[in-house]
Design a protein around this ligand. Sequence first.
Ligand code: ADP
Ligand code: MG
Length: 700
Amino acid sequence: MTIKALLNPRSVAVLGASERASVGRGMVEALERIGFDGAIYPINPKYTSVAGRNCYASLRELPHPPDVVSFCIRNDGVLENLRAAADHGARAAVIYDGGFAEIGHDGERLQAEIAGICREAGMSLCGPNCMGVLNPPARSTTFKQEVRNPQALIGNVALISQSGSVAASLLADLRRFGFSLVVSSGNEAVNDTASYIDFVVDDPSTKVIATFTESVRNPDRYIAALDRAADKGKPVVVLKVGRSERVRAAITGHTGGLAGESRVFSEILKAHRAIEVEDLDEFTEVLAVCQGRRWPTGNGINVVTTSGGQAELILDVATSAGIPLRPLPTATREAVERDVGRISGDGNPLDAWGRGDFRSTMPQALRLLSDNPATDAVVFCSSDSVDNQALGRPGREEDYARLFAEAAAKSTKPHYFMSMRPGVMHSGQIRVLAEAGVAVIGGTRQGLGAIGRLARWNTPLSPARATKAAPSPDLATQRRTIHEYDAKRILAGFGLPVTRESFVTSLPETIAAATTIGYPVVLKVVADDIPHKSEHGLVAVGLGDERALVAAFDEMQRGVAALGTPIAGYLVQEMITDGVEVFAGVSRDPHFGLIIAFGLGGVGVEVLRDFALRPVPLRDGDAEAMIGETRGAALLGAFRGRPAADKAALAQCLYALSDFAAANSDGVQEVDLNPIKARTKGCVIVDALIVPRQPQGRAE
Ligand code: ADP
Ligand code: MG
């Protein structure tokens, strides 16, 4: 429980405090400026006093063990002093200097040593390679920046950033929100983002949690922290770097961690109700939206503007960003045309300039939109303004803001005041609106996108599918792969639709099976050690009669002999001549466990990388959404006289695959259903492969 000593200390020892201008002296002054009312202990053998305070020669001389030691010294002095701090009973430490895991081998060893000291002593540690901790409401700091205006820092955003400069950038703009806690966590040698999230979930001053993350240290703990935050009604906004290969390579050298496959990570965030954003603009807009007194409960956004051109631009940008702005329903349209003026376009965005008497038309327009049952959020966007404008009547900006605040007060729905560009805003307007509990947002893509993100966060997830099925005993095996025939029997047991087929070992059996199944048939080799049969010419499709079957059998026998790999036998299978080839599969992410994938077969997966991912188990609605979000999904619809594929059957197939994977979560390494034929009615798995998890990988 020493994390409290780190984040909300009652005493701070400043190691390396000095009379000269230095980080150490700065830290003492920062503590004074922020109004810290606990004990401050400057430590430096060269001084008897620093900034008018008694200065101690070493940690051992302190009258009491400090809550936290702020290491304002270089990395070569860290080990020795950390040991002294641990011996003297310090509860926590902040190490700012770099030269640890981020520089490679030697640094990693040093970092492991400091982590070991802390773990053994039960100390919390922020860093190394970080800027420290700032707690504005508690008026404490170990953050490596001067404090100029402590009051302005206070707010409800808890920021946990692995990058110190990102933290400093966000702290530079306090116009719309302040901070309940800021942790620049650096290399996270001991305390990690998950532990900080866990702390602020219970912190009454924190309303929203913002994280800038390079790598997740402990996936299980991280997910547990996200779940706890969601349960407590605190959104976790996640900006994760490492979406591109080149950035991932840089991160390994930077914070000394590994950034996992970013698409898997995105799905994990969604499944645990975190809000993922792609850049700092989106990040700050979500934090701004959270400042509103009311939060959106759906994505029915209605925008009001003061000009037609602006309305058109907003609609264009929103459309290309995938933000739905649904047209006004007829009743609202008619009311607007009657009370406000003629509508150009379909009323969303609504140009409410009307007859030019904006003071009366705007409140009317806002009321009508708020009354529309399909409206979840009302957004007002007039021309952008900034402080000290050169043009326009002074006070005009605040007037607009007041008009809007009055409308918001009369409504039960959240209202947002939006500028056309992110970051461009007028402090007078922010003041008026903040008092009214109305959030100020900026930029169509970022601002409206943020409303949509918070609305989605505010919508409960559909329940995850519960598995009733017992694990399949066939997966407890030493086999490296389970071949098509056995895999299909196992999967069929979980309700997955498979081809009609017979396992055979001789030519007479082969001929008999084909007669029963009916021509045309497919002939394949069945062997654990040949997972990709057609690579070796061991799949013969479209065999129309017995003559063709016999010829294929003979050739396949020769092929098997040439290959020299032992086989189990052959498979005679119905030939599926219709349907679109799709694939579904399960794979095990090293950090986040089983992931289910769906995509179009062939080039769709391999070349275009067009596939959808979700963690196992699926939630209700996931399968349909996965099918819908692949670009290739269009090929499943009806076109050029071809009827549409049975997407409902395909979705059922994905759910059954999820059930299988969930029931066998410990025993599955990989499943490959490639292809599945999506037919006009139903779908059928044509090829299957299961890779069991090797015993050493399994949980005890
Ligand atoms: P591989 O082990 O090489 O993946 P498959 O069993 O998937 O072998 O067969 C290769 C291809 O042959 C499939 O992708 C599919 O296009 C076609 N195919 C295989 N079996 C059938 C079948 N029963 N009906 C129709 N086409 C089939
Ligand atoms: Mg295949």
